[in-house]
Ligand binder design. Structure first.
Ligand code: NDP
Length: 329
């Protein structure tokens, strides 16, 4: 195809980073055997960092940011996908080292794609996207490590954010008594809609962690890192399990070994970028089964393709709530 399409392009010069909408052609796209007409993308924390330039997310310039997208296949050299199929792409360095989702068109290897679950629209798929997928991986990890609702209360940190909100909803659906840790206690109704039993102010996880605190949680999903994660670990019950996937507060971990050697606490890392296809399909199938999409609409806002810069700024300031879907088409 030689026709043009619109994309957000980030470039870096001696003067710094430039971010501009540009017309491109298929020749500008990177390697891959499936070309997709992108209909939706999302704004993740990482996208916020990339667009504002607040952290070195991009590994190549110029690059189209956007770490995930959904859309319709328009050309495919991969037998698993035919023109007209609706697909999801998350991870694999898309929007970091490979042109991403803030574009009307994308080209990626078919191996990076999964089908949009039956009964979902492409917008529904991006209501979940990387954040929902990561939240699902965290819940599956807790379950694979043996956590059950009978073990006791569980806590989700950064609960008003994208990963946190979906984690709260998934844990509630799976029958857990789930507490939402947040700096936005005024959003209590929002958390109850997601299925939280109650909220805990995030101040309860701030400050220097003690070697051990009162044992409170059987399981935890942490997206915040730093002293929050250290305090969560110190509050875990005997045999408690914590997943760590994020660093919204910081990349450090000022914890000590006492919870591990005296309470046999497990700290399990979760990443969503290079998850093998089988594990991806398992997570998306479980999301499709457990997510009440109508309920998720309460935590989703939609923005236009032209609103990316303002939203990127908001997400790095912690001012967005839940998921932000970008209507590209
Ligand atoms: P969001 O910005 O949507 O949510 C982050 C939430 O963290 C905020 O809403 C806020 O929750 C809380 N928070 C922010 N700053 C602080 C702070 N200084 N101290 C305590 N809490 C804070 O981000 P996402 O949900 O999209 O992502 C969360 C994290 O997970 C990010 O670090 C992201 O990079 C990471 N991530 C990692 C993935 C992986 O593959 N490992 C995949 C996806 C995300 P509240 O207002 O409720 O307090």
């Amino acid at each position: 195809m030689t026709d043009t399409f619109r994309a957000l392009l980030i470039d870096k010069t001696d003067e710094g980073q430039s971010v501009a909408y540009t017309q491109l052609t298929d020749a500008d796209l990177m390697e891959g055997d499936v070309t997709v007409r992108v209909t939706h993308s999302t704004v993740n924390y990482k996208d916020g960092l990339a667009i504002t330039g607040k952290a070195p997310i991009l590994r190549k310039y110029p690059l189209i940011p956007g770490i995930d997208f959904s859309g319709e296949v328009i050309a495919s050299g991969d037998a698993r996908y035919q023109p007209g199929d609706n697909v999801i792409c998350t991870g694999w360095g898309v929007g970091e080292a490979h042109h991403g989702g803030f574009s009307e068109r994308a080209r990626v290897p078919g191996e990076w794609l999964v089908p949009v679950p039956e009964g979902w629209s492409n917008a529904d798929a991006m209501t979940m996207a990387t954040a929902g997928f990561t939240a699902m991986l965290c819940v599956l990890r807790l379950e694979d490590l043996g956590l059950t609702p009978e073990a006791g209360d569980v806590v989700v940190t950064g609960a008003a954010g994208g990963v946190g909100s979906v984690a709260v909803a998934l844990l509630a659906t799976a029958g857990y008594s789930v507490y939402a840790s947040t700096g936005r206690p005024e959003e209590v109704d929002y958390f109850k809609t997601l299925g939280a039993k109650d909220i805990v102010h995030r101040e309860e996880f701030s400050g220097k962690a003690r070697p051990l605190s009162k044992a409170r949680w059987a399981g935890a999903v942490d997206v915040v890192g730093s002293s929050t994660l250290a305090n969560v670990i110190a509050q875990m019950k005997y045999h408690g399990i914590v997943t760590a996937c994020g660093l919204a507060q910081g990349a450090d971990l000022p914890a000590n070994v006492m919870p591990f050697i005296l309470r046999a606490v497990t700290l399990a890392g979760v990443e969503s970028v290079t998850v093998p296809r089988e594990a991806r399909l398992r997570a998306w199938a479980r999301l499709a089964q457990d997510i009440d999409m109508e309920r998720m609409k309460a935590m989703t806002s939609h923005i236009g393709f032209d609103d990316l810069a303002a939203t990127a700024d908001k997400i790095v300031r912690g001012q967005t709530r839940g998921r932000v879907v970008v209507d590209i088409a």
